[in-house]
Design a protein around this ligand. Sequence first.
Ligand code: FMN
Length: 166
Amino acid sequence: MKSIVLYFSYSGNTDEMAKKAADFTSSDICELKSPFPLSDDIKIVHDMAVEAKLFPKERNAIAVPFDHRPYSVFIIGSPLWLGTYPEFVIDYLKSIDWRGRKIFPFISFAGTRGNYLEELKAVCKGASVAMPFEMHGNKDFYTRPQEELDFELWLKQINIFTRNLK
Ligand SMILES: Cc1cc2nc3c(=O)[nH]c(=O)nc-3n(C[C@H](O)[C@H](O)[C@H](O)COP(=O)(O)O)c2cc1C
């Protein structure tokens, strides 16, 4: 079963998880980039995300930068922005025909979950969505080692699903 890690990362936390996921599950990997430049100033990025949320616009799909057709398993990673996915991540996901596909979602977040899972399911109609993995972005000295182990356990179930017995 062909699998791919599809992810976006602003400050590097999801990037780290995505690379581990691709390695652990022998998956291909594709990084999604913002279609417009993102400031290095997190406050400006935050304001931009708030504006996109407060004033939602009907937006078009952006084609994912790879041929998604050979893949049946998608391991989708993103930071949470205001409780959900950055709007351009949603716009990429809209360009995929999800029917019959399996999604394993993982997020990096600071501690406040929103409705990201509902939004993912609404956009990826026809996909079967597994239980997500949620990792705290702050690398807490005490809890991080356990989170890393839990992430590996979560990745193992993907290997079982794809029969990639690592
Ligand atoms: C614009 C913006 C909005 C965010 N909103 C949330 C949020 O709603 N809930 C949360 O737990 N963390 C939130 N965060 C924190 C990020 O999800 C967290 O730092 C994550 O680890 C970043 O991942 P990255 O390094 O891959 O970009 C937000 C960060 C940014 C930049």
